[in-house]
Design a protein around this ligand. Structure first.
Ligand SMILES: CC/C=C/CC(=O)SCCNC(=O)CCNC(=O)[C@H](O)C(C)(C)COP(=O)(O)OP(=O)(O)OC[C@H]1O[C@@H](n2cnc3c(N)ncnc32)[C@H](O)[C@@H]1OP(=O)(O)O
Length: 727
């Protein structure tokens, strides 16, 4: 709802719809009603629009999207026009954030004042839509086309101070000030001043003459940064109309753009992503604990064991979260190098104004270098980040168990290894868990937390809470080889080399993936992270080309199909970008260049095995790359390793750069339709048989299709649970 009050001659209309003052239908009804009341009251000379509680309205109510209630009048645009038309000065008093429809309301006001700590922006593009309440036509009239294109096509939130420097905010109220009082005084001071030029629909776009040049520039940038997404392009086209058409016709172009985007699968995927991102914090470890009941332990200090690339990033994340951080290396040289890196990184963040001087000083003094396990006996949480080797990890956990106080939680940053086996090296398996960070750990937003068979509710709640304090998208999953992310990714890489064998070169496969929306294809990613990583894992499994006894068929490992092309590359020193050659060659930059030598390796291999390369369609490449991931995702859900499909999707968006506008592997399967996905998987399974188990259809996928066709993704788990409880 909204509340109406008076302070002498100033009417105050305050949106009161916790938690974020979204502009739900009941709020919109109140706003239009109270604007009429204020307009009709002779004793009112000015109107202040504000938000109660945490914030000014942050936009339309996203829960109403794709429901009929979102279109029920009054719409946000009706309120924007009523604010602008008012004969009395209207002032938006912004605290917290004014976003989306919230900022559009503020643009309808004649004046805007904001707390210095506030944020403003039109982030609709991140929901796959555009600002549909006049924002695409009004913002360029205030801040110019160039800025408006940037703000709307990328959807960033901007500090109010930046808004003020562009003329969007008329006055800034310093931290600690009273925004409502300031707005009342400001509104009163504007009474009697002309409103004509304060009505943005009357104003023209300042840099309209540059429209074509700006369009070309922004279309190019958007194409590079938000590959394949429709919304940024439509946003730009609609903003362009603000420079070429009347306000009224521009609004019509905005309306049409909005209809196109709302009907797209992209906006549905983005809205799903918005809620999924928040949903993952409501974690559940079935039969052990859930977010509502389990209480985290207070963690004041964290020790990071191992200062390689991962350990350094984890230590920086810990310092950023304000923890006293013990950094541990038994070798003094490695310790010094790690500490130097971390200290240097903090200074760089300070120089780039990413952190304040005080924060930097606090982080520097919170680093405690340690060269023996005894030095971390009293820490609350240890995160081990040493080499991916079970024997070494078990040795370390055994030692930590002996020296650390009984309440210390011991976590491993393993990306693949069995957490229960690691826990078995200790006498405190209830205090052991996995915290799988993604490289670089201080930049990547994903944290995949793993609970073991014996992890306690408190341990799980604590690692989830630490993820939140580190500002990570933290997803809880169960224990299995590779957990969720890497277990699924394994089949993506497996299938990619099978495609090389049969039909394509790396650049052809990668192109299909980047056209789909990935920033990089699988082979470029391999080169970037180092092809030796996968090689080491395969060596651990005893399956590389070199490890096989003479006479072993090159393309088989037991009954399983195998492709050694990745082994050949590493054995020829093609480790990836770091050595200037891998699946591609690199000539002094990070740009991958298709390499005739790689083609030669593939061609010779094909000839040796009498493989005649065939034409392959982009559709087939995409299906073969993505459907094994999806199939494995269903197996993971079936086994309870992930509690919900959106957990998997968030892991893929934040850990593997899955394009957000398609939602993630599981949501993408829903968009394609489960029956169609299953049909393709079954065809491959029929053709490949037991030698390619990743094509064996998941029981859950099969059951859902046979019994429910393509049920809504929100229903997959409830339907399965109902089915299981009956059988
Ligand atoms: C025709 C007119 C068209 C208009 C288009 C629009 O206006 S689209 C909406 C544009 N606005 C946004 O996209 C802002 C969305 N919100 C956020 O980005 C963030 O919530 C925030 C404002 C930056 C605050 O972040 P914070 O981390 O502090 O809080 P949460 O994100 O956890 O949010 C708290 C709960 O509030 C729910 N919520 C937030 N915004 C909306 C919204 N616009 N509509 C509905 N619900 C919203 C959020 O889902 C959280 O709910 P929980 O149930 O607690 O998870």
């Amino acid at each position: 709802m909204a509340l109406y009050s008076r302070e002498d001659d100033v009417a105050i209309i305050a949106v009161n719809n916790p938690p974020m003052n979204a502009l739900s239908h009941h709020v919109r009804k109140d706003l239009i009603k109270f604007l009429k009341v204020a307009e009709a009251d002779e004793n009112v000379t000015a109107i202040v629009l504000c938000g109660d509680g945490r914030t000014f309205p942050v936009g339309a109510d996203i829960k109403e999207f794709h429901k009929s209630v979102s279109a029920l009048g009054p719409t946000i645009i009706d309120i924007v026009h009523a604010l602008e038309k008012s004969s009395k000065p209207t002032v938006a008093a912004i605290h917290g954030s004014a976003l989306g429809g919230g900022l559009e309301l503020a643009l309808g006001c004649h004046y805007r004042i904001a707390m210095s700590t506030s944020k403003v922006g039109l982030p609709e593009v991140k929901l796959g839509i555009l600002p549909g309440a006049g924002g695409t036509q009004r913002l360029p009239r205030v801040i110019g086309l160039d800025n408006a294109m940037k703000w709307i096509a990328y959807g960033h939130h901007h500090p109010a101070g930046v808004g003020a420097s562009l003329g969007l905010i008329d006055r800034i109220v310093a931290k600690g000030g009273d925004i409502r009082r300031s707005a009342i005084l400001f509104a009163r001071s504007m009474v009697g001043k002309g409103l004509g030029q304060r009505r943005l629909s009357n104003v023209s776009v300042p840099d309209a003459s540059k429209v074509e040049e700006l369009m070309a520039k922004h279309l190019k940038e958007v194409g590079l940064r938000t590959r394949g997404a429709l919304a940024p392009v439509v946003c730009l086209q609609v903003i362009k109309s603000s420079a070429l058409l009347s306000y009224k016709d521009g609004l019509e172009s905005e309306r049409q753009g909005m209809m196109t985007l709302l009907a797209s699968s992209e906006s549905k995927a983005q809205i799903y992503s918005f809620f999924s991102e928040r949903q993952v914090s409501k974690w559940n470890a079935p039969g052990i604990a859930n977010h509502a009941t389990a209480k985290p332990m207070q963690v004041r200090s964290i020790a990071v064991v191992g200062l390689g690339t991962m350990g350094r990033g984890i230590a920086i994340s810990s310092l950023k979260a304000g923890k006293k951080t013990y950094v541990v290396e038994l070798n003094s040289k490695a310790l010094a190098a790690g500490v130097k890196y971390i200290r240097g990184y903090i200074e760089t963040m300070k120089k780039r104004a990413q952190i304040s001087e005080e924060q930097a000083a606090a982080m520097q003094s919170a680093i405690i270098p340690v060269s023996s396990y005894n030095g971390i006996a009293n820490v609350d949480l240890v995160i081990e980040a040493v080499f991916e080797n079970m024997k070494i990890k078990k040795e370390i956990f055994g030692k930590l168990d002996k020296v650390c106080k009984p309440s210390t939680i011991l976590a491993s940053n393993t990306s693949t290894l069995d957490i229960d086996e690691i826990a078995s090296a200790t006498k405190r398996p209830e205090k052991v868990a996995g915290m799988h960070f993604f490289a670089p750990a201080h930049i990547m937003l994903l944290l995949e937390n793993i609970y073991g068979r014996k992890s306690s509710a408190e341990t799980i709640a604590t690692i989830m809470d630490i993820g939140k304090q580190m500002k990570k998208i933290t997803v809880l999953v169960g224990n299995c080889v590779g957990f969720v992310g890497n277990r699924m990714y394994g089949y993506y890489t497996t299938e990619s080399v099978f495609i090389l064998e049969e039909a394509a070169y790396p650049e052809q496969v990668d192109k299909v993936l980047t056209d789909y929306g990935f920033a990089m294809g699988r082979f470029q990613v391999g080169d970037l992270s180092g092809n030796d990583i996968g090689y080491k894992i395969r060596t651990g499994l005893g399956i590389t080309h070199k490890q096989q006894p003479a006479g072993t068929p090159e393309r088989k490992r037991g009954v399983l199909r195998y492709c050694p092309l990745g082994d050949f590359l590493v054995e020829k020193g093609r480790l990836g970008l770091k050595v200037g050659k891998g699946w591609y060659k690199y000539e002094g930059s990070r740009t991958p260049i298709p390499d005739p030598e790689v083609r030669k390796i593939i061609d010779e291999y094909r000839t040796r095995h009498h493989i005649v390369p065939r034409d392959i369609s982009s559709e087939e490449v995409l299906q073969r790359m993505l459907y094994p991931l999806i199939n494995e995702g269903f197996k993971i859900l079936e086994e309870g390793i992930a509690a919900n499909p959106w957990d998997i999707d968030m892991i893929y968006q934040y850990g593997y750069a899955w394009p957000r506008h398609t939602g993630g592997p599981m949501y993408y399967a829903f968009t394609i339709g489960l029956p169609q996905v299953l049909k393709v998987i079954e065809e491959h399974w029929k053709a490949a048989g037991a030698s390619e188990p990743h094509w064996q259809p998941s029981t859950m996928l099969t059951w859902l299709v046979e019994n429910h066709g393509n049920p809504d993704i929100s229903q997959w788990m409830p339907l399965m649970q109902k089915h299981k409880s009956k059988t």
